[in-house]
Design a protein around this ligand. Structure first.
Ligand code: F6R
Length: 511
């Protein structure tokens, strides 16, 4: 039996089974499911009856697959809270967590719905709903470009996904604009005209994308914004407004906490918008409107192109909000879109600096800790850069708003502390420079990532990385590139598993 998820009542089930004389070999909830099924088989049930009886007793979130000794033409799957899809082959059938997992075998996929379970033989599948009734779920053909999951000559999926960002963002911009990319082309339900606030909920990297977007929505649309981590939001008692727009950001579209947060507000706010990468995912299906970031399959566990493609779509949403609320004219939106057309080329220029980043990463890899600093939109980017470094290289890293330094973290600064400063030469630059000088005065090793004007003004820093000059609105996407490359090369230098860091899953379908 294979199990993804958590069985919440497994202790009670375990005690029950132990009382009936069954012996356990592990402490896992997974073993409880296997033993419960075995118990049903021993009482004379067929495999299908045994699984049906087991499923009735399980509380929690799970995707399950069962094989039975002596039944070599039978596999049973079940989903509740975790995704599961059936793949149709020629004379063979598959179970997988999603279309991408099944892509090397087949492009014919049936998505199971919440509570469904399925009996597979080599000849086909019979799907039942949670009430045990036969269910008819459609089979879809996955587009081959969605299913293409090779490294395209790169050493790692992460390297490929970082490198393809210019083309991904160019394509996504094309999808969401019209008239030669001079006007927005977002679905009808995307409307902020009467909303009294925007609430954005996500986890991890998606959450940092929403934190950047908060600055944009405030600046471009003058609308109050709250952002929260889904695992907090779903258990808070957020004050909901029936005029609010809820934006739920998730690359996989299956993150359990984000889905639960969405369900928490559904029907209580004016509308929900999903910013997703997998159009067939639960969050895409359950939001009122789902906008794809069009990033293509993201295989590396650490999100890179997903992050910048989320930023792009959130920026387009902020422009739409500005337009709907009369803060921006069509001409101003067009001007911003014109600026955005320069984004792929700027990202490509940022990618050109990979050799310098690599050399720097070799030095950074010697350290135990690292601090990232940024101001304004560079603050959430500092948080994202720190997350990327810690998950890939297992180094301890923290991100801080530059202005927070003297409220505590400055105590950490000594000659062994690398401090990576993300600071384009913008209106906040001078303030960041004074924070940087505070670090240098305490022998901290400043690595400054800035444009030529910024680097010239900064004076003598420990190391520097030059970025192209970028318009303010594009800076978070462009500066994400050196942050991603730095964590990638630091991980390589430290010999960690880049695409599959320890203890992490690509799609966190349990809370
Ligand atoms: C970090 C990373 C995670 C995800 C988070 C949410 O590199 O990838 O922090 O961003 O697990 O996942 P999604 O966007 O699929 O909801």
């Amino acid at each position: 039996m294979v199990h993804n998820g958590i069985i919440e009542n497994f202790r009670a089930l375990r005690e029950d089974l132990a009382a009936q004389g069954l012996a356990f070999e592990s402490e896992t909830d997974t073993e409880t499911i296997a033993l419960l099924t075995r118990h049903h088989l021993d009482s004379g049930m067929t495999p299908v009856e045994a699984v049906a009886a087991t499923l009735k007793r399980l509380d929690g979130a799970f995707a399950l697959a069962f094989l039975f000794d002596g039944h070599d033409d039978l596999m049973i799957g079940a989903r509740k809270g975790s995704p599961l899809a059936v793949g149709h082959g020629k004379g063979e059938m598959y179970l997988g967590s999603d279309a991408i997992a099944l892509a090397p075998m087949t492009d014919q996929v049936t998505y199971l719905e919440e509570g469904d379970w399925v009996v597979l033989t080599r000849a086909g599948a019979q799907i039942y709903d949670a009430q045990g009734r036969l269910a008819n779920r459609p089979t879809t053909r996955i587009r081959l470009d969605q299913a293409r999951v090779d490294k395209a000559g790169h050493k790692h999926f992460m390297a490929k996904e970082i490198a393809e960002q210019p083309s991904v963002l160019a394509a996504s911009l094309g999808f969401h604009t019209a008239n030669g990319q001079t006007s927005l082309a977002l679905p009808e339900g995307v409307d902020f005209s009467t909303c009294d606030r925007v609430t954005m909920v996500a986890c991890g990297t998606g959450h940092y994308a929403t934190q950047v977007a908060k600055y944009w929505f405030e600046q471009l649309a003058g609308v109050p914004v709250e952002t929260d981590i889904a695992s907090e939001y779903r258990y808070r008692q957020p004050v909901l407004s029936d005029k609010a727009v809820g934006i739920f950001v998730s690359q996989s579209g299956e993150t359990a906490d984000t889905l639960a947060a969405l369900r928490h507000v559904t029907g209580k706010v004016a509308r929900t918008i999903g910013v997703i990468n997998v159009p067939t995912s639960s969050i895409a299906r359950e939001t009122d409107v789902a906008l794809s970031i069009h990033a293509g399959p993201e295989i590396s566990v650490a999100s890179t192109k997903g992050f910048t493609a989320q930023l792009l779509v959130l920026l387009l949403l902020a422009l739409k909000a500005g337009l709907d609320r009369g803060r921006l004219t069509e001409a101003q939106v067009s001007a911003h879109l014109e600026t955005l057309r320069g984004l792929p080329a700027l990202m490509a220029q940022a990618l050109d600096h990979e050799p310098e980043v690599e050399a720097l990463a070799v030095r950074l890899a010697e350290s135990r800790d690292a601090l990232f600093l940024g101001r304004g939109v560079m603050y959430p980017l500092a948080l994202e850069a720190a997350l990327k470094l810690k998950e890939l290289s297992y180094m301890h890293a923290e991100g801080y708003a530059s202005g927070e330094l003297k409220h505590g973290p400055i105590a950490l600064i000594d000659k062994n502390m690398p401090v990576i400063v993300l600071a384009p030469h913008d209106a906040l630059y001078d303030k960041t420079v004074s924070n940087m000088q505070e670090v240098m005065a305490r022998q901290g090793q400043v690595i400054l990532i800035s444009d030529r004007a910024g680097l010239e003004e900064a004076g003598d820093v420990w190391a520097r990385l030059v970025m192209p000059n970028v318009p303010d609105l594009l800076a978070p996407m462009v500066y994400a590139v050196p942050a991603q490359l730095l964590s990638y090369h630091t991980a390589l230098a430290r010999g960690t598993d880049v695409d599959q860091p320890r203890n992490l899953a690509k799609s966190v379908t349990v809370e």
